[in-house]
Design a protein around this ligand. Sequence first.
Ligand SMILES: Nc1nc2c(ncn2[C@@H]2O[C@H](COP(=O)(O)OP(=O)(O)O)[C@@H](O)[C@H]2O)c(=O)[nH]1
Ligand SMILES: [Mg+2]
Length: 438
Amino acid sequence: MFQDLTEKLELITKKLKGHGKLSEKNISDALKEVRRVLLEADVNYKVAKSFIAAVQQRSLGQKVLKSITPGQQIVKIIHDELANIMGRTEATLNLSGANPVVLMLTGLQGSGKTTLAGKLGLYFKKRGHKPLLVAADTYRPAAIDQLEVVGQNIDVPVLSDRSKSAIDICKLSVKHCRDHGNDIVIFDTAGRLHIDEKMMNELLEIKKKTKPQEIFFVADGMTGQDAVNTAKEFLGWLDFDGVILTKLDGDARGGAALSIRMATDKPIKFISTGEKFDAIEKFHPERMASRILGMGDIVSLVEKAEEAVDREQAAKLEKKLRRQQFTFQDFYDQLQQIKKMGPLDQLMGMIPGVQGKMLKGLNTDDRAFVKIEAIINSMTRDEKQRPQIIDGSRRKRIARGSGTSVQDINQLLKQFKMMQKMMKNVNKIGFKGLPIGF
Ligand SMILES: Nc1nc2c(ncn2[C@@H]2O[C@H](COP(=O)(O)OP(=O)(O)O)[C@@H](O)[C@H]2O)c(=O)[nH]1
Ligand SMILES: [Mg+2]
């Protein structure tokens, strides 16, 4: 997420922290650089300007300059002000007092609405709700098919009717929910490549007729300023309640995430970081500021682990670790759990102290997992339990069986030994039921 922006900011903050003393000139030079970096990330210039002014004002106080660690204090101020421009406190969701709760997704075509309907559906299902998805993009038959496939994937019902208008199907869905016990209904509305009046009027009509608790503007996080401009236009027509940023994985530059709150005065409520249905998180400005500055986000990491980890299995593993019986089978099971948490490079980025540039050369590709899995699968039961018996000829056999090389096997055995050692240490300080390495 925002790798380029993070790397550049890390350089600047490192320099700041390196100074024993800071002069006003040091600070204004650094802030000029920060401003340039923000603009390069496609942050709105007014947002960048007011951000720099706020940091400057707080940094130049005598207290900061005369403190023992002025550099660190300024980095803290940058962090706080970054969180400020993104909204400071976590936005709440309005889920009470309605039966069903109506959530409406709006935005341009391709911004990620249909995929998001699935992500939100799964998100609420996991939390004990009974969501219903509504195919309100009635112009392209393929759009209805797409949502139906999404529904099948996450095992959440989809309401569609190819003979009805978007407004009618939305109205109908509210009654459908009451009849079928669905407590949350999510409208997947039509998008256009550009805003047009007809589309806006249709959305307005749906709003009037169904009175949604939350209308979300779904913004493609990769698009920077464009997303902000579109958001403002939608706001003028529709007065939405919150923003959801998608596609913050990959090459997103950060401009949309950092500007959209100030530009619309509406909170960002969720972010999405991938195409899979579990790639959704509630938005926390403070945590996001930490991630952008390369400080990691341990809280989100632990939450992800808690969601993915099978408690019973974790307890079993803990017992084994206490008896120091960690085997390749356990290693394999742990890999499965880590895989459930999401792409490796995203997880690594949440660990404090792991800097953007460290991730660059590293093979955090999920293909590395596949190789390890293949190797473990080619071991006999006995070998998995007692890796010390894996001698030269066994290594050759495993390499052949898994389509890898003896070198790969050697490397994995070495890693496994290291992990066993690490596990002993973890054992000493107390195992908290988290997957290996975290
Ligand atoms: N990388 C990435 N791709 C996404 C994300 N959300 C959606 N997409 C992709 O963006 C494309 C458009 O998504 P779709 O849900 O059909 O957008 P819609 O036109 O607004 O309904 C699809 O190829 C999705 O797989 C995301 O968070 N990350
Ligand atoms: Mg769609």
